[in-house]
Design a binder for this molecule. Structure first.
Ligand SMILES: Nc1ncnc2c1ncn2[C@@H]1O[C@H](COP(=O)(O)OP(=O)(O)OP(=O)(O)O)[C@@H](O)[C@H]1O
Ligand SMILES: [Mg+2]
Length: 364
């Protein structure tokens, strides 16, 4: 018997559920000449959604994780490497002859794939221009290329001019749809929604939210059928803890399932036991993270974990002895940038197990 739940990596069938409207929206945006920016906190399912939506279109896709790129030239090299995988080589050589800076290609004997690099120190603009324009030339009306930049907000780390350069090149492209994914909301918003930014209004913005609990519930029930006596109750309790957050729901379900199968989680408290297991597993991380927060951050996190009140209300501020709402606001901003707090219809802790840990420590 295999665990029917999965967390951590990009998921596809049978682990991928719902998101029907979102898939449709992505498909409709990239079927025209538009570009898309998809924003959500960490692990909300961006990569899985894009993977699902674009793989059903039968179009060539190049995906680049900006976190793993070391420089603009490296970005160009990685892009060229992927172009090489997708398009027939004879045509490629013709085009590459005209590159202003000739890339070095070598066969990697271990993986059997082609490695691409540019000489260090080579100026990045002509390289990027040549590579991206090559992609534009190779793309065809019938099978238009899609290029996905994951964690796009990292672009700034690579080079402060890179945004300008990319925009200058991409704006002329008609045969490529660009998809930008970002998990640091404030940074990605600055790139696409600040008037002075070169990418201002370059792409359509889409926010990814949690998964509808009704859909999730069916999936959870099916997974626990034959494993636990009360699949419906288990499903409800799991969603009560995670509120439909894709990653944490899958993680908790995975853990509860393992415990049920091993005979440790058949009791009425199966979900609670699984939560405790997860809290214990992460205890050291939580402690280290907690110690890194200043006292306002701690108050905000405590308040969010043990009360239903929202941080910027007078009740909340009185309860935690916070004087200025500006202080609370900057704390929230900091906590959101760090990914600890997310904003859905309200402010809440991203990680429900961290929230439980805080609450338990407080009550001890
Ligand atoms: N549609 C879905 N149905 C069920 N589970 C999902 C779905 N989408 C995501 N998940 C769960 O969430 C986890 C994280 O998904 P994914 O890696 O796609 O998110 P992400 O937003 O790209 O994360 P990151 O911020 O780390 O890049 C998956 O491993 C899976 O457990
Ligand atoms: Mg991702």
């Amino acid at each position: 018997m295999k665990n029917p739940f999965k967390f951590g990596t990009v998921v596809d069938d049978p682990f991928f559920i719902n998101r029907k409207n979102e898939i449709e929206k992505v498909a409709s945006i990239v079927s025209g000449e538009n570009h898309l920016v998809l924003i959500s906190p960490r692990r909300m399912g961006k990569s899985s959604l894009i993977n699902k939506a674009v793989s059903s279109l039968g179009r060539p896709v190049i995906a680049l994780d900006m976190q793993l790129m070391t420089s603009p030239a490296d970005l160009a090299a990685q892009m060229l490497r992927r172009i090489y995988r997708i398009f027939p080589q004879a045509r490629l050589k013709q085009h590459m002859k005209r590159f202003r800076i000739i890339p070095q290609l070598s066969l990697n004997p271990v993986t059997g794939s082609i490695d691409v690099s540019f000489l260090p120190g080579a100026s990045s603009l002509p390289i990027l221009e040549d590579v991206l324009n090559l992609a534009e030339k190779l793309s065809t009306e019938k099978k238009k290329l899609i290029i996905v930049f994951d964690e796009f907000q990292e672009v700034r780390r690579l080079d402060e001019n890179l945004l300008n350069q990319l925009r200058a090149i991409m704006q002329h492209h008609k045969m490529i749809n660009y998809l930008f994914l970002g998990s640091q909301e404030s940074l990605i918003r600055e790139i696409f929604q600040r008037k002075k930014s070169p990418f201002y209004h370059f792409a359509m913005v889409m926010h990814l939210k949690k998964i509808d609990t009704g859909e999730f519930s069916e999936y959870l029930k099916t997974g626990f059928t034959g494993i636990h006596a009360e699949p419906g109750i288990i499903a409800g309790e799991i969603l009560g803890v995670t509120r439909g957050h894709p990653y944490y729901t899958q993680q908790l379900a995975f853990t509860a399932w393992e415990m049920a199968v091993s005979g440790r989680g058949q009791s009425k408290n199966a979900v609670d036991d699984a939560v405790n297991e997860l809290v214990m597993m992460h205890e050291m991380d939580y402690e280290r993270i907690w110690l890194s927060f200043n006292s306002t951050d701690r108050k905000v996190l405590l308040g969010l974990s043990i009360s239903e009140q929202q941080p910027l209300t007078t009740d909340f501020m009185r309860m935690w002895n916070l004087n200025a709402s500006s202080t609370v606001f900057s704390s929230l901003k900091r906590l959101m940038t760090g990914g600890y707090v997310i904003r859905t219809d309200k402010y809440e802790l991203d990680d429900p197990f961290f929230s439980r840990w805080i609450k338990e420590r407080r009550e001890k």
